[in-house]
Design a protein around this ligand. Sequence first.
Ligand code: SAM
Ligand code: SF4
Length: 349
Amino acid sequence: MISNPLRPIYDLANEYTSKRTFPDNPLYMDVELTNLCNMDCIFCQRQQMDRLLGYMSMEGFTELVKQSQEAGVKALRFVGWGESFLHKSIMEMLKMVKDAGMMTHITTNALLIKDDTIDKLCEVGEANLLDSVIFSMQGLTEEEYFKQRNSKKFHVLKSNILKLVNLRNERNLTRPFIQIMTSTTNETDEEIEKFKEEWGQIVDLVTVGRTWLKRLKGEAKDRVKDLIERSDELARPTVCNEVRYKFSIHWNGNVSACCEDYDDHLKLGNIREQSLKEIWDARHSHALRTLLNNGHQGKFDLCSNCELTQPYRVEDFLDWKDDISDVEVKEMMAFIEESDIRTVNFVPE
Ligand SMILES: C[S@@+](CC[C@H](N)C(=O)[O-])C[C@H]1O[C@@H](n2cnc3c(N)ncnc32)[C@H](O)[C@@H]1O
Ligand code: SF4
């Protein structure tokens, strides 16, 4: 059985979570190579993204890798609000990350992966370019994939997963670690188990989460009307773990506190203007982490309707309490107001 090479990093992140503290630098980062996409999934918040579309430049990426290395970041994961395989330099970028001593990961819809790319990802003798990959689905069946991902190409997703698994195993490689990830609305435990069993015979890990729909507005919301109707209500997490140990980098160098941030709601800075370390240590960044660590999600535009269910809920912190006083909250909100972070009072221009 192949284990996830990024597991030690995630375990370390979980340690910070259970202690409710923060590391001195981001442990890993999610990097959006582009916010363009080859798909039009009905559940995806790309539909209501207002920011410019574009690709990360090689110059910007080179700077990012340099800064990540200097800041002690352990892994760069290619995932954002678009499809990484649309970036023509993706293989070169993976190599740059590996050469800088960090781990690599891609989350992908898989439809653009060509056979020669699969071959390169399983090259023998080369330093493995890819440590881990997540293939994204949605729903548990081909019919549900068609409905939610708006695509009849489930067979391409499946065949690319099989090709990668088979080639890796034929060549006796231990990387990439291969995961399929999906999410559900009202599927039964039995249906979920069946899915896990079937896919568990093929890939290294199967994860089934929830499909988040509450942030969708207007036309996008209309498209998922019946999904919303059939979705069970979920309890809201009270403590946010997302912002605790990582950053999300958008294609233009903007740094966001959260991977859910499709539109720069939680923009902390830009790597062309400040170093990653300066952004991590900035007083508004620290204020945001601390407020979200103490249940103040309701103060922020993006966080106030967050549906991310975390493995660590408030009841898991037996001695959990809001540790900050009203005076401290006021002081922190003053730092936040000076930054680009959108509070609930934010009015679009
Ligand atoms: C935004 S996508 C970007 C990467 C790539 N395009 C893909 O689809 O894998 C990153 C991940 O978020 C998941 N995702 C996006 N919107 C979601 C939602 N509303 N609920 C649950 N997962 C969602 C996708 O399934 C995917 O696994
Ligand atoms: S989930 Fe991924 S593939 Fe689907 S539209 Fe969003 S970014 Fe594109």
